[in-house]
Design a protein around this ligand. Structure first.
Ligand code: ADP
Ligand code: MG
Length: 277
C-alpha cells in the first residue's frame, strides 16, 4: 500500500479538491456588432445553475458570438461592439471595475477543435490555467487537482499511467477531455462549449456527453451544437437562434428541451429541429 499522507499533504489535497458551485448566467438584451454589421439583436436568455443549455440554429446566426460574449472574449476582436448585460449570479461581468480575468476564470470555454498544448505533458496541460490566473498551488495540491480534474473529465483511467506524456499524443476525443480537465482546474462556475464534439468520432462524442451530464450539477454548461440528437440527449433547456435573411441573429424560441423538440411553439423551430432547414 501507499504511505499514509502527512497532515500538511492532506490539508493541501483537500484545498485542491475544493470546488466552486455552479452559477446562474443571464444575458439581458445582448446585441452585438462587428463594425457596422449587427450580428445579434437583443438576445435575452437565462442559463440556469447546474443545468445544460443547448444553443441551436443554422450557421452564421451568432451562436459562437453569443458564447464569446458570455466570457468576454468578444471584446478581443478590435471591430467588435456590444450592448446589453451578462449577469453571473446577478452580477454584471461587464461592470467597469470588474476584471476580464475574473470573468474568464469563472466562465471556462472549450472549443470545437481540441486545443491542448501539444508539447506539454498531460499533467502540465491540466495545471496550465493556474499560472494564467495567478493561482498558487503546492505540488501536493497540484497532484490532487490533476487527478480530480482528469477524473471529472472522464480521462483519468486512460492516462493515469502516462501523465508525463505529451498532450498532443492523445486521440482527438482524449484531447478534448484533456481540454475539459484544463478548464476545470481553475474551478469555473460555468463551462461554455462551442461544438465540442463536431471534430470527434461517435464513440468519443458519447464519452464527452456522459462527462457533461456528470459535470452539470456542479458546473452550469452552455453548449452550441448542430447535432439535434446531441441537443436532445444532453440538454435540459434549449434556445433556437435564427438570423432571418439580412437580419441579425435572435432567439426564436427557448424552453425545456423536451417541449422544444416534441411541441415547438414556432413553425421555424419545428422545421429546424426536424431537419427541414
Ligand atoms: P454561428 O456560430 O451561429 O455560426 P457566428 O457567431 O460565428 O455564428 O457568426 C455570426 C455572424 O458574425 C456571421 O455573419 C459571421 O460572419 C460574423 N462574424 C463572426 N466572427 C466575426 C469576426 N471576427 N469579424 C467579423 N464578422 C464576424
Ligand atoms: Mg459557431
Amino acid at each position: 500500500g501507499s504511505a499514509p499522507l502527512d497532515a500538511a499533504t492532506r490539508l493541501d489535497r483537500s484545498a485542491a479538491l475544493r470546488r466552486s458551485s455552479p452559477a446562474d448566467l443571464e444575458a439581458k438584451d445582448v446585441s452585438a456588432w462587428f463594425g457596422a454589421h449587427q450580428v445579434l439583436d437583443r438576445v435575452s436568455l437565462r442559463m440556469q445553475s447546474g443545468q445544460i443549455t443547448a444553443l441551436i440554429g443554422p450557421s452564421g446566426c451568432g451562436k459562437s458570438t453569443f458564447l464569446r460574449i458570455l466570457n468576454r472574449m468578444h471584446e478581443l476582436v478590435p471591430s467588435a461592439a456590444l450592448a446589453g448585460e451578462v449577469l453571473l449570479d446577478g452580477e454584471d461581468i461587464y461592470e467597469p471595475q470588474r476584471k476580464v480575468i475574473e470573468a474568464r476564470r469563472s466562465i471556462g470555454m472549450v472549443f470545437q477543435k481540441p486545443n491542448p498544448f501539444p508539447a506539454l505533458s498531460i499533467r502540465d496541460n491540466v495545471t496550465a490555467g493556474l499560472k494564467l490566473t495567478g493561482t498558487k498551488a503546492s505540488s501536493a495540491e497540484k497532484e490532487a487537482l490533476v487527478e480530480d480534474c482528469l477524473t471529472r473529465a472522464g480521462l483519468w483511467r486512460e492516462v493515469q499511467d502516462r501523465l508525463d506524456a505529451p498532450g498532443g499524443g492523445l486521440s482527438g476525443g482524449q484531447q478534448q477531455r484533456l481540454c475539459i480537465a484544463r478548464s476545470l482546474a481553475v474551478r469555473p462556475r460555468v463551462l461554455l462549449m462551442d461544438e465540442p464534439c463536431s471534430a470527434l468520432d461517435p464513440t468519443s462524442t458519447r464519452v464527452i456527453e456522459e462527462t457533461m451530464r456528470e459535470l452539470a450539477p456542479e458546473v452550469t454548461i452552455v453548449i452550441v451544437t448542430h447535432n439535434m440528437q446531441q441537443a436532445r440527449r444532453v440538454s435540459d433547456e434549449c434556445a433556437f437562434f435564427l438570423a432571418a435573411q439580412g437580419t441579425p441573429g435572435a432567439i426564436v424560441e427557448h424552453g425545456d428541451t423536451e417541449s422544444m423538440f416534441d411541441s415547438p411553439q414556432d413553425q421555424r423551430t419545428s422545421d429546424y429541429v426536424n431537419g427541414r432547414f
